[in-house]
Every structure is written in C-alpha cells, then in structure tokens.
Design a protein around this ligand. Structure first.
Ligand SMILES: Nc1nc2c(ncn2[C@@H]2O[C@H](COP(=O)(O)OP(=O)(O)OP(=O)(O)O)[C@@H](O)[C@H]2O)c(=O)[nH]1
Length: 298
C-alpha cells in the first residue's frame, strides 16, 4: 500500500521547508513523489523543490478541497498506477482536510493507498494573529493533525512557546507537539513525525465548509529586479499599499544572480536562490491591489 502523508499548515507556516527536511530524512530506497497544491496561479514551491531533485506534481490556482478536487483525484489515480511507495502532499494553506476524505473511499484509491499521517505546521510568530483572524482554517488544520510541529520557535521565548503548546493541546488532545528549533531537529525526529504516530489519524467530519474568499495573483516576469527594489515592494506590502497581503513568495533575477523572497504577514526574508527558473511571483491575501502588484514586478 502506498503511504499518503499530508503536510498541512496555514499560509507561510513552513510546510515546504518541512517537506524538504522530511525528504532529506526518509529512506532513499523508497520511491517518493510530491503533490504540491498552491492556491495561487503560479507554483513557486514546485520550482524550489525541483531544484532539490524531487519529482513534483503541481496543482495550482485553487485548493484541492474545492476547485481542484477533480484534478486531485485524477493525479492520485495516475500516480497510483505507477510503482511508488509514498506520496507526500503539501496542500494550500487554506486547505480543509474533511473535504478530500471521500476521495480515499473510492475503491481504486482505498485499495492502493491510505492516509499515513497528517502533520500540521504551526507558525509560532503569527500564532495569535492566525488563530484570531482565520480560526476556521487554523483550528481545523490543528484539530485533525496526527503530529503538530511548531515553526519559527526561535523567535519566541520559552514562556511564549509554552502558551502556544497549551492552546494547541486545547484544540488537539492527543497529537505529539514538537517545539524544537528546526535547526536542532534530527533525522529520527523528522521520520518519527510521519511514521511513528502513536494515534491513528482521526478523520474529521467532512461537512465543514469554509469560504475560500482569498485573492491571489501569480505573475511570470522577465524583468531584472535588484534586491533593494524588491525590499521596497515588500515594505509597501507591510504598509498596506497593495491591500491585505498575507503571503508573498517568488524567485527573481537581479542580473548577476537569482534570489528568493518570502513574505508572511508583515515579515519578509530575501535569500539567494539556486534556481534558474526565475521570474515567478505569487501573492495571496484579501482585497489585493492586483494592478499595482503587477506593475511593481512587470
Ligand atoms: N527562521 C525560521 N524560518 C522558517 C521556519 N519555517 C519556515 N520558515 C520561513 O518561513 C517562510 C515560509 O516558509 P515555507 O516553508 O515556504 O511556508 P509554507 O507553509 O510552505 O508557505 P505557503 O507557500 O504559503 O504554503 C520561509 O521564508 C521560510 O524560510 C523556521 O522554523 N524558522
């Protein structure tokens, strides 16, 4: 039977970062494929993961729990006709697990594949903001996790982390909670996350409905943009000049090198990229000023 591992978490929580760590920790004799679902029109994560040499199937411009559910079923059927051992699935940050469970009841899927784990990444830095602002998605993702992993814990003190753990335990009574700084996570820590779950995955009531009324914009650009220019754009995001930007990411060309940017709720980083597939940008938020964002990058 093919193992199906879900790495869930809200926008910008750290799913792709954890997927990379998981892939580096798993037995390299296993044939593993990835399904990346991005709410935006352009799938930046695919570019990031393919650089690392992994086989990635992309589902973009919507969420597999609603608009892309049919595409998800087709992709799954196609993958299960091949000889593989494990599928790692990174859903969009606004994914509702219950909405795809019926797919795992079809005999052609259930006879070949089972949900092995649901790991939810919880962003420590934005915990209160996400809990208050997007509680439907946020609590749903936490409550059905078989493991919870706190990301960006190094930005908070011990007491703040304990409070987050307490809140997580209120929402999910049983899942192990991992709050270590990710630079200290060992290979076995990561492998245990998805393969040693003490509890069987508890499956949610599939009737929960949450409206995906988020805006997104995906752009491809051949423009040469230097880092300072992109810093200015991200500062404008912070100040609300492009609407309410929740998440932004991209790979760009500064002329002599490629760089990646990551924007999550007012914080951003810019780092060097090994990608040669540059010129991709994606933003998700509410009431986005799409024309202004397009003009900034194109
Ligand atoms: N310092 C630090 N940064 C982290 C950690 N986890 C994630 N990040 C950063 O957070 C940003 C978002 O991480 P991703 O892994 O792309 O998050 P994601 O959940 O896949 O984001 P979506 O694309 O919205 O689905 C990146 O800049 C990461 O480097 C962490 O534990 N520590």
């Amino acid at each position: 039977m093919v193992k199906f591992d879900i790495i869930s978490g809200f926008l910008g929580a750290g799913k792709t970062t954890l997927v990379k760590k998981i892939l580096q920790s798993l037995d390299n004799k296993e044939k593993i494929v990835l399904i990346e679902n991005d709410f935006g029109e352009v799938n930046v994560d695919r570019e990031v993961l393919e650089i690392e040499g992994f086989e990635v199937y992309e589902l973009s411009n919507g969420c597999v729990c609603c608009k892309l559910k049919g595409d998800f079923l087709l992709t799954l059927k196609q993958l299960l006709s091949q000889k593989i051992d494990r599928i790692i699935f990174e859903p969009s940050g606004i994914f509702i697990l219950g909405e795809i469970l019926d797919i795992f009841k079809y005999p052609e899927i259930s006879g070949k594949c089972f949900i092995n784990s649901v790991t939810t990444v919880v962003d420590a830095q934005n915990f209160s903001k996400h809990l208050q602002g997007y509680s439907g998605f946020f609590e749903n993702q936490i409550s059905y996790a078989s493991s919870l992993v706190i990301s960006k814990s190094q930005f908070l003190n011990h007491k703040e982390i304990r409070l987050i753990e307490k809140e997580l335990r209120r929402i999910n009574l049983t899942a192990p909670i991992i709050a270590k700084d990710w630079s200290e996570l060992s290979g076995p820590d990561i492998k245990n996350l998805i393969d040693e779950n003490p509890e069987e995955c508890t499956m949610p009531d599939p009737k929960l409905f949450l409206s995906h009324n988020f805006d997104s914009i995906g752009l491809k650009t051949s423009r040469i943009l230097d880092v300072e220019k992109v810093e200015n754009i991200l500062e404008t995001c912070k100040n609300g000049g492009f609407g309410n930007v929740i998440r932004g990411k991209g790979i760009l060309n500064s002329g002599d090198r490629f760089f990646e940017f990551n924007y999550v709720d007012g914080q951003y980083t810019i780092s060097e990229s090994t990608s040669s597939a540059s010129g991709v940008v994606s933003f998700i938020g509410k009431k986005l000023a799409k024309d202004k964002l397009t003009a900034a990058f194109q």
